[in-house]
Design a protein around this ligand. Structure first.
Ligand code: UD1
Ligand code: CA
Length: 458
């Protein structure tokens, strides 16, 4: 049976205490709703419909994808009312899989299991996802009849003391045919603590008409964490990061502390990678065998070759590095940095949009931007490629084996030939020939007869 996914995302999220619509709050660097969408898409559903309302435009703009059907719920009268906005036009026999935009860690595997339960011949008309939680406060509780079958769901706000002791909760995810949902929802009332039409209330009419109701229990309770406030957001973030850390370790990485690594994107690692505490990875990052990441590094959209070592407090974005490079501590590598093998970029060095050849060393306090640097070049401390004249950027080219003394200003566009030596403190504004010593600084002079001014005695 084709599946249409309906994601509820109209709520304001008052308890988040924020102007940002709830489903746009970031988890691992991406909106909550993006995570739900990822899992939904893995099922290859016939269609995805999103019910939006609060901050409608902002939410829609965050997801320009063409395959999404947006349904407006101008006033939020509850989760059943929200689903009702999405149902028109969904063929009767389609299975509708309802997801909540604020339950971000739900996994595709779990959704598949739910759909399979609904699908199998003689199986269920209504399938609910449940979770047994140590602290079920806030969640709807699953009520079961004497025979063990689900008889209803009671919201926390409406539950009696006794019902609140039930630890089996409603995750909010359910599957039923569009035909059944339409009928069940039409009969609901909003006579409850919140004056809303509750989606979980469809269980009662389903049971009453003899429909088969099944409950599927989630394997990992992290998957059903609902985000209603900032503490739950933080909890979900940790849950997500725990799962990423597990994957990294399964792939052979050693983590100094699995609780102190943050992956906000796709991180791929090979065996014998070591990651120290406080590392943050963003976008697509790959670390080849034997790479070592020191403490407090932020690494974004980069690829590091085997045995490359990143020392503490290094920040990089858009970097490709070959094998056995040594980067940092306190290096900043910006987009367009391409390092060959065994390149050394030391402390307080910034590199941007530059290719650096193998074995080259830029060890201390330098800025290298818009440059092509050959192999086995040595760039002394405090060297700067003056690439910007206030209007345009210009390139610096340094040939293989060149030696740039400390404190050199290379005023681009400029070329330093292979094997050239540039004297320390030079300001190079014209090309320097290969294999020669070029010095461009004023000569040192001794000033005769000069006397240090002395204070007059009072
Ligand atoms: C809901 C369930 C509860 C379940 C819990 C799981 C209901 C009535 N309660 O409670 O049984 O244990 O989720 O996390 O369903 N929304 C709309 N339009 C509305 C109301 C809500 O789109 O009119 C959206 C919200 O944006 C949110 C989702 O539906 O993404 C859930 O709503 P929320 O108010 O957070 O429900 P809970 O009280 O968490
Ligand atoms: Ca919620």
């Amino acid at each position: 049976m084709p599946v249409t996914v309906v994601i509820l995302a109209a709520g304001q999220g008052k308890r988040m205490g924020s102007d940002l619509p709830k489903v746009l709050h970031p988890l691992a660097g991406r909106p909550l709703l993006a995570h739900v969408l990822d899992s939904a898409r893995e099922l290859e559903p016939a269609a995805v419909r999103i019910v939006h309302g609060h901050g409608a435009e902002e939410v829609r703009e965050a997801f320009p994808d063409e395959d999404l059907g947006w349904r407006l719920q101008a006033e939020q009268h509850g989760t059943a009312h929200a689903v009702a906005q999405a149902l028109p036009g969904i063929p009767d026999e389609h299975r509708v899989l309802v997801l909540f935009g604020d339950v971000p860690l739900i996994g595709a595997e779990t959704l598949r299991r739910l759909c399979d339960t609904a699908e199998k011949a003689e199986s269920a008309d209504l399938v609910l996802l449940t979770a047994t939680l140590p602290d079920p406060a806030g969640y709807g509780r699953i009520l079961r009849a004497a025979d063990g079958g689900v008889s209803g769901i009671v919201e926390h706000a409406d539950a009696t003391e006794e019902e609140r002791r039930i630890r089996e909760t409603n995750a909010g995810v359910m599957v039923a045919s569009a035909r059944d949902l339409r009928r069940w929802i039409a009969g609901l009332s909003n006579d409850n603590a919140q004056g809303e039409y509750y989606l979980p209330d469809v269980v009662a009419p389903a049971v009453a008409e003899g429909a088969r109701v099944a409950a599927v229990e989630v394997d990992d309770p992290d998957e059903v964490l609902g985000i209603n406030d900032k503490s739950q957001l933080a909890e979900a973030e940790r849950g997500y990061q725990r799962a990423r850390a597990r994957e990294l370790m399964e792939a052979g990485a050693t983590l100094a502390d699995p609780a102190r690594v943050d992956v906000r994107g796709e991180l791929t690692v090979e065996g014998d990678v070591f990651i120290d505490v406080g590392a943050v990875f963003e976008g697509e990052v790959s670390l080849a065998r034997g790479v070592r990441i020191g403490p407090n590094c932020t690494i974004r959209a980069s690829r590091l070759g085997p045995d490359t070592v990143v020392h503490p407090n290094t920040v990089m974005d858009g970097v490709t590095a070959g094998a056995a490079c040594e980067l940092g501590p306190f290096a900043r590598l910006r987009p367009g940095t391409e390092l060959a093998e065994r390149v050394k970029v030391g402390n307080f060095v910034e590199v941007k949009n530059s290719r650096i050849g193998s074995g080259t060393k830029i060890s201390h306090l330098s800025y290298v931007g818009d440059a092509s640097v050959g192999r086995d070049v040595n760039i002394g401390a405090g060297t700067i490629t003056c690439n910007y004249d206030g209007a345009a950027k210009h390139r610096t080219t340094i040939g293989d084996g060149a030696f740039i003394g400390s404190g050199v200003m290379l005023i681009a566009p400029v070329e330093v030939g292979a094997g050239a030596t540039i004297g320390a403190g030079s300001t190079i504004s014209k090309d320097a020939p290969p294999d020669k010593l070029t010095v461009a600084r004023s000569r040192q002079a001794e000033v005769r007869g000069w006397q240090r001014p002395a204070r007059k005695p009072r």
